[in-house]
Design a protein around this ligand. Structure first.
Ligand code: NAD
Length: 351
């Protein structure tokens, strides 16, 4: 064993039904007096009880997926105009992403209250979009100081989005087995993440508002994000990043569709990942475990249903080959990527 692992500094609070008090405690512990509360209009009702317990200087609702630079600029202006000394985000990965964009240039601390399973709250990765180009970067200034997980806030997440978002978290776990910096600590977290997500997601699918399933899934999605932050983007995330940027596909659903194809592609060349993912699923093989879970969830299956054009398969191959990590377990060839994309586009069985 020879490796260097960086553990990111962050407080994590699980407080089911008590996010308002928990966020107030985190804000007070930071010594903050002027909060910029970021929540989109769809998340406003979830943020209202929190707003009543913290010193809100401004509420900011303009949240757009993938954080366009002009949206980030307006949020930074709003933070400066009110003299904010803390950013509180209540929402999915897009909302967390906007808080991170403000933190990137202002250095303000973030208290994140996630309402999906995207996991952005546990990474030091930021993303900004200019035109059709999404740029990501790593900076510890954007890592939320505190995360408050409140399962009751996810009760309103529609069933289909819960499933897709939970499979986005599953993708963080799976890619963490072979990401460019993956180490034994990342893999240990990822394996427990697979187990927790596989336990929680079917419960969520059956009862999207039930607390027990959401708690398990939130716990799994936190582990997923921490392992992913350590391991870095593997082939799966590189593919989804290219496809999302080129065809403006929905984030969580794209991950949900592509994951089984990347797992089937890499697992035969990654015996340790194959064994441990299968073990976490309690199945004979990793792919069989994921397939069985997806069947129970009625998971998204085909990129063509989310707006990817058929000629996009050929167009995406070169950028994916350019982005693929050098150490990917399976050799990443033009033929292999074409076959993988076609299967994901039409929704055929992974091979
Ligand atoms: P999202 O934040 O765009 O949310 C999807 C939709 O669900 C939105 O309309 C939102 O308002 C709504 N919603 C959120 N929570 C809800 C709730 N509890 N009840 C009802 N509706 C709710 O989507 P997402 O998948 O959470 O995040 C995707 C974004 O996060 C992408 O831009 C992605 O790149 C980014 N991301 C970043 C990282 C990172 O480490 N930087 C990690 C994961 C995702």
């Amino acid at each position: 064993m020879k490796f260097a692992h960086e553990t990111l500094p962050q407080r994590v609070v699980f407080a089911p039904g008590e996010s308002a008090a928990a966020v107030a405690a985190e804000v007070a512990a930071l010594g903050a007096r002027k909060a910029m509360l970021i929540a989109s209009d769809r998340e406003a009702a979830l943020a209202d009880p929190i707003a009543r317990e913290i010193p809100v200087a401004v509420r900011h609702e303009e949240v757009v997926m993938h954080v366009p630079v002009e949206v980030a600029a307006r949020a930074r202006e709003a933070a400066a105009a009110c003299g904010a000394d803390v950013l509180v985000s209540v929402g999915g990965g897009s909302t967390t992403g906007l808080a991170k964009a403000v933190a990137l240039t202002t250095g303000l601390p973030v208290v994140a209250v996630p309402t999906t399973y995207a996991g952005s709250e546990a990474t030091n990765v930021w993303g900004l979009t200019e035109g059709e180009t999404k740029t990501t970067g790593v900076d510890n200034a954007v890592l939320p100081r505190s995360v408050v997980y409140d399962a009751t806030l996810l009760a309103s997440l529609p069933g289909g989005l819960s499933v897709a978002s939970g499979l986005n978290a599953m993708a963080h776990c799976v890619d963490s087995f072979w990401g460019p910096r993956a180490d034994p600590i990342d893999r240990a977290l990822a394996q427990e993440g697979v187990r927790a997500l596989a336990a929680g997601l079917p419960v969520v699918a059956g009862d999207p508002a039930g607390r027990e399933g959401i708690e398990q899934t939130l716990y799994g999605s936190y582990l997923a994000a921490v392992s992913f932050a350590g391991a870095g983007s593997g082939l799966h995330h590189k593919i989804c990043h290219v496809l999302g940027g080129m065809f403006d596909l929905p984030h969580a659903q794209t991950h949900a569709v592509v994951l089984p194809h990347v797992l089937a592609f890499n697992a035969p060349h990654a015996p340790d990942a194959e064994r441990r993912i299968a073990q976490a699923f309690g199945s004979d093989t990793a792919s069989a475990g994921l397939a069985a879970l997806r069947a129970r969830l009625d998971a998204p299956t085909a990129l063509k249903e989310y707006g990817m054009p058929e000629d996009g398969i050929a167009r995406a191959v070169a950028p994916i080959l350019a982005a693929a990590p050098a150490g990917n377990p399976a050799p990443v060839t033009e033929d292999a990527v074409t076959g993988l994309l076609r299967a994901a586009w039409e929704g055929s069985e992974p091979s």
